[in-house]
Design a protein around this ligand. Structure first.
Ligand code: FAD
Length: 385
């Protein structure tokens, strides 16, 4: 732990929990592309997934820096929080924009783990990052919405009881602004599966339980609309700052895992009569990785503090995600290089973490789109699209 790390008690408790799920556990799941059910259950029972849910609804009502500490420690231990991290930020859409009746109905069950809210459906095959062009359409018919369309890369859909779904409720060219005319529905996956919703797993280079979804006249009760019809894009954007700060914390955890592993190995591996870490060609890249991860961690803390103070933090959350994902990727590369051939052996867990941390330069938002945000919104340069 570094001197500046917040929430030492949380970190300590999460580290102890993660020690019950060592490398072998993750390796086997990775081989089978299986979901870490026992790990998610343990985190839920310990209350770590509900730290952001207010106490009135059964959570611990802590700020985002506590959630960051949980996810960072999970990743630093060699585990992966992606199986369950979405509950932390997806729940925020319901908390901030749901009606009191919706919150009372769902949040206590989410906090206790009785109901899992792990799926978040935004991305579509044709629109990509250009979210205003999504085509999945929810048509209001009496007291229901009838949903048709498809989504891609919707992670954990098979392991979630609820999904926050973004759809069009008015065509883009009739909606006023392109970002108008989209709405958020809370879909009960238990009722939807086989009744208009088909889920197709997508096998990827990492174990991420991601899927493609097809909606064929799926009926969703109108009472499951979150907030106002047509205002859904803003609700999703509101949740993205939390998502980026939390994912950035996972990258910091990954970066620290790689630096810990690389520096330990460099001290113990002896070649040419001495530890490889005595060579500056080996030690400088590890030191550089440490500097980059430490600097990125400060950016993440800064964004988290702004978020907790209720200040605007869109640019800071984006910059935190970008610097942290680049720092973790550099550290991953250095860690492989330090281990030589052993970096490629499954039993070291480094090649798995290397694959896992690469994702974060693409999802939940790719680096180019962050640079575009900074160029236009922070530096005032003209938009290219
Ligand atoms: C494993 C995994 C899990 C995911 N989980 C979820 C999930 O649970 N829910 C969900 O909704 N989505 C999820 N996603 C989707 C993810 O958010 C998107 O993949 C990501 O935002 C990039 O969108 P895209 O794949 O459509 O890329 P595209 O938008 O097609 O972009 C492709 C490339 O072109 C670049 N690019 C595009 N436009 C521009 C431009 N104007 N200027 C410069 N460069 C540009 C991008 O930066 C990117 O590198 C997941 C993705 C993956 C791979």
């Amino acid at each position: 732990m570094s001197k500046t790390d917040s929430h030492p008690e949380i970190r300590d408790a999460v580290r102890k929990l993660c020690a019950r799920f060592p490398g072998e556990y993750w390796r086997e799941l990775d081989r089978e592309r299986a979901y870490p059910t026992a790990f998610v259950k343990a985190l839920t029972e310990a209350g770590w997934l509900s730290v952001l849910i207010p106490e009135a609804y059964g959570g611990s009502g802590l700020g985002i820096s506590a959630a960051c500490a949980v996810l960072e420690e999970i990743h630093r231990s060699g585990a992966n929080g992606a199986a369950c991290h979405a509950q932390m930020y997806t729940m925020g859409t319901l908390l901030r924009h749901g009606s009191e009746a919706q919150k009372e109905r769902w949040l206590p069950k989410i906090a206790s783990g009785e109901v899992r809210l792990q799926a978040f459906g935004v991305t579509e095959p044709t629109s990509g990052t250009d979210t205003t062009r999504i085509q999945t359409f929810a048509k209001r018919v009496g007291d229901k919405y009838v949903v048709n369309g498809s989504k891609i890369w919707i992670s954990r859909a098979e392991h979630s009881d609820l999904m926050v779904l973004l759809c069009r409720t008015a065509p883009r060219d009739e909606a006023g602004k392109p970002s108008d005319g989209m709405s958020v529905l809370l879909v009960d996956m238990r009722e939807a599966k086989g009744n208009g919703l088909t889920i197709r797993p997508v096998r990827t280079m990492l174990n991420h339980a991601t899927t493609e979804l097809f909606f064929d006249n799926l009926e969703v009760p109108a009472e499951n609309l979150i907030g106002r019809e047509g205002a859904g894009f803003r609700y999703i954007i509101d949740g993205m700052n939390a998502e980026r700060i939390l994912i950035a914390s996972e990258c910091i955890g990954d970066g620290r895992f790689f630096v810990d592993r690389a520096s330990a190995y460099a001290k113990e591996r002896s070649v040419f009569g001495g530890p490889i870490g005595a060579n500056q060609g080996v030690q400088f890249p590890i030191a550089r990785a440490h500097v980059q991860v430490t600097a990125a961690a400060l950016m993440v803390d800064h964004a988290a503090r702004l978020f907790e103070a209720g200040e605007p933090c869109g640019s800071e959350a984006n910059m935190a995600k970008m610097t942290a994902s680049e720092a973790s990727w550099y550290a991953a590369d250095v860690c492989i290089q330090t281990h030589g051939g052993f970096g490629f052996a499954e039993e070291y867990d480094i090649e798995r973490k290397f694959r896992e941390t690469r994702l974060y330069q693409v999802a939940p938002i790719s680096t180019n789109l962050i640079l575009s945000h900074v160029a236009t919104h922070v530096l005032g340069m003209p938009k290219s699209f």
